[in-house]
Design a protein around this ligand. Structure first.
Ligand code: SAM
Length: 236
């Protein structure tokens, strides 16, 4: 066996736009059925992530084989917890998760994809344009910088910082009675306990961890939900 030849087979194609990695849910008809009217947009978003995600450094190569379960369905599961109208800020949207998926599932909600990194806001603008997502807007900035300019009914954040920081950063962005929905990993409940003093200090109440489902055999999404008690205000 020629070592060089073997190495060539496994070398990534530098500059190649498409990385073909099979995802067991790719051709599963339950996925399209689950998304219903949102399927054309979400299916096209999956295609864009597959075509450009790895090359643009938005998605790790190993993630392509689990794009539906770990990312798109994981994001979609939070939709059932959200209001069906008003404004939603997706804090730290990155590749567009969960914001793009939620915009597709909640066409009556104006979704602000908030992201500080220019490379990612370029990507998000491209996605919004390609998908014709009329209810989504891209804003470049850190949450701390847009306080006072954005006021939402809800904030989502997935894989962005600690619950403590999300309480602090979201408080100025959410109206009284609005909600925070932080998509978290297995340690969500522990984070909530550790952050309970900050929750009180920053005006969040009714904090709970909800296990939201999508397809029956897909892992649940843990969402830290909190209600804004005091209305938008700057907090330490
Ligand atoms: C690990 S990525 C997660 C991206 C996406 N939410 C996802 O689930 O794939 C965290 C994102 O949060 C953004 N971010 C970090 N600090 C932020 C802040 N203070 N305000 C807004 N976004 C922030 C980063 O630029 C990055 O895109």
């Amino acid at each position: 066996v020629e070592v060089g030849a073997v190495a060539d087979v496994h070398q990534p194609q530098i500059g190649a736009a498409t990385t073909k990695v099979d995802d067991p849910l790719d051709d599963d008809p339950r996925v399209a059925a689950y998304f219903g009217d949102a399927w054309p947009v979400v299916g096209a978003f999956a295609g864009l992530l597959r075509e450009h995600g790895v090359v643009r450094g938005l998605v790790g190569p190993n993630e392509l084989g689990r794009l539906w379960e770990r990312h798109l369905l994981n994001s979609a599961a939070a939709a059932a917890l959200l209001p069906s109208e008003g404004t939603l800020v997706d804090l730290g949207s990155g590749a567009g998760l969960p914001g793009v998926v939620l915009a597709a599932l909640r066409p009556g909600v104006h979704v602000v994809l908030l992201e500080p990194m220019e490379r990612r806001t370029d990507w998000l603008r491209f996605v919004v344009d390609e998908l014709g997502l009329a209810n989504a807007e891209v804003v470049r900035g850190r949450a701390e910088e847009v306080a006072g300019t954005l006021l939402a009914d809800a904030v989502t954040a997935r894989a962005v910082s600690s619950v403590e920081n999300l309480y602090r950063w979201s408080a100025p962005l959410v109206r009284a009675g609005g909600g925070l929905f932080a998509l978290k990993g297995a340690k969500a409940a522990e984070e909530v306990v550790a952050a309970r003093r900050v929750a009180v200090r920053t005006g969040w109440s009714e904090v709970r961890v909800v296990e939201a489902s999508s397809l029956p055999d897909v892992g649940v999404t843990r969402v830290v939900c909190a209600v804004r008690a005091g209305g938008a205000r700057r907090v330490r």
